[in-house]
Design a protein around this ligand. Structure first.
Ligand SMILES: Nc1ncnc2c1ncn2[C@@H]1O[C@H](COP(=O)(O)OP(=O)(O)OP(=O)(O)O)[C@@H](O)[C@H]1O
Ligand SMILES: O=C(O)c1ccc[n+]([C@@H]2O[C@H](COP(=O)([O-])O)[C@@H](O)[C@H]2O)c1
Length: 214
């Protein structure tokens, strides 16, 4: 059973934070908490991808290790739910399929897809972006070290009123320049990742000797 099956039911919105989480870091945690605070949602569903479509080489850590890091980061934190649906499907994780699944499961509840500015910048390369915009509200977060969100990429994909709502749904948060790829580099070159990931996640990375090879 996925952790999300224990989530209470209501008509409130559901936030969706998909990612490789290889590893989960403080940037992810701040974005999910900011979304919970600013969007009309009851939970954030954290959905680790089996293989993200634009990262076909796949994650470095195993599915079980990435799930375990999420559990260590989120254990006991109200409002944050881990949903392993994409891991159970395996293969390439297309967000449209995940949203169709959540829409079937929670037909009355608005879905809010939470993404960073770098994900918005690649949105025209996602599969079925127009359908994604029909299935959910998009909520974008600026990202440290990246250009500010450029919504013009969506111009041909949805009606102007829909695009206006997406711009207005931008989540504000102090920009955090942490990325999983930089953390993997840091581990492989013996530098510190302290305070950039939750302490138990850092312990697991060290115990399992994760990310030590380039
Ligand atoms: N520091 C951050 N600030 C804002 N958004 C972020 C941040 N880190 C990740 N995100 C967003 O979280 C989502 C999942 O990110 P992902 O798990 O791929 O982590 P990542 O740090 O981008 O990984 P990598 O460096 O390996 O590409 C994406 O939409 C990404 O834009
Ligand atoms: O559906 C797509 O085509 C698609 C393309 C790129 C990324 N995504 C999703 O966006 C989330 C973040 O992806 P990434 O590559 O930054 O780890 C993750 O849930 C991916 O499955 C989805």
């Amino acid at each position: 059973m996925s952790d999300s099956e224990t989530a209470p039911q209501s008509q409130q919105g559901i936030g969706i934070l998909g990612g490789s989480f290889d590893p989960v870091h403080m940037g992810h945690l701040w974005m999910a908490e900011s979304a919970l605070e600013q969007l009309p949602i009851e939970h954030v569903h954290w959905i680790p991808a089996a293989t993200s479509p634009l990262k076909p080489h796949g994650p470095v850590a195993s599915n079980e290790q990435r799930l375990q890091m999420l559990r260590l980061a989120l254990s006991g934190q109200e409002g944050h739910v881990i949903d392993d649906w994409e891991l159970q499907q395996d293969g390439i994780s297309f967000t449209r399929l995940t949203l169709e699944h959540l829409h079937q499961r929670f037909p009355e509840r608005p879905l809010y897809l939470i993404i960073g500015a770098d994900s918005l910048a690649s949105f025209d390369r996602w599969r079925d972006p127009e359908r994604i915009l029909e299935l959910c509200h998009l909520a974008v977060i600026a990202r440290g070290g990246q250009a500010p969100p450029d919504y013009s990429i969506l111009d041909s994909m949805a009606a102007p009123d829909r695009l206006r709502t997406i711009r207005e749904s931008q989540i504000s948060m102090p920009q955090i320049e942490i990325s999983s790829s930089d953390l993997r580099d840091r581990v492989s070159s013996g530098r510190s990742i302290r305070f950039q990931v939750p302490h138990p996640v850092r312990t697991l990375i060290s115990q399992e000797k994760l990310y030590q090879e380039e």
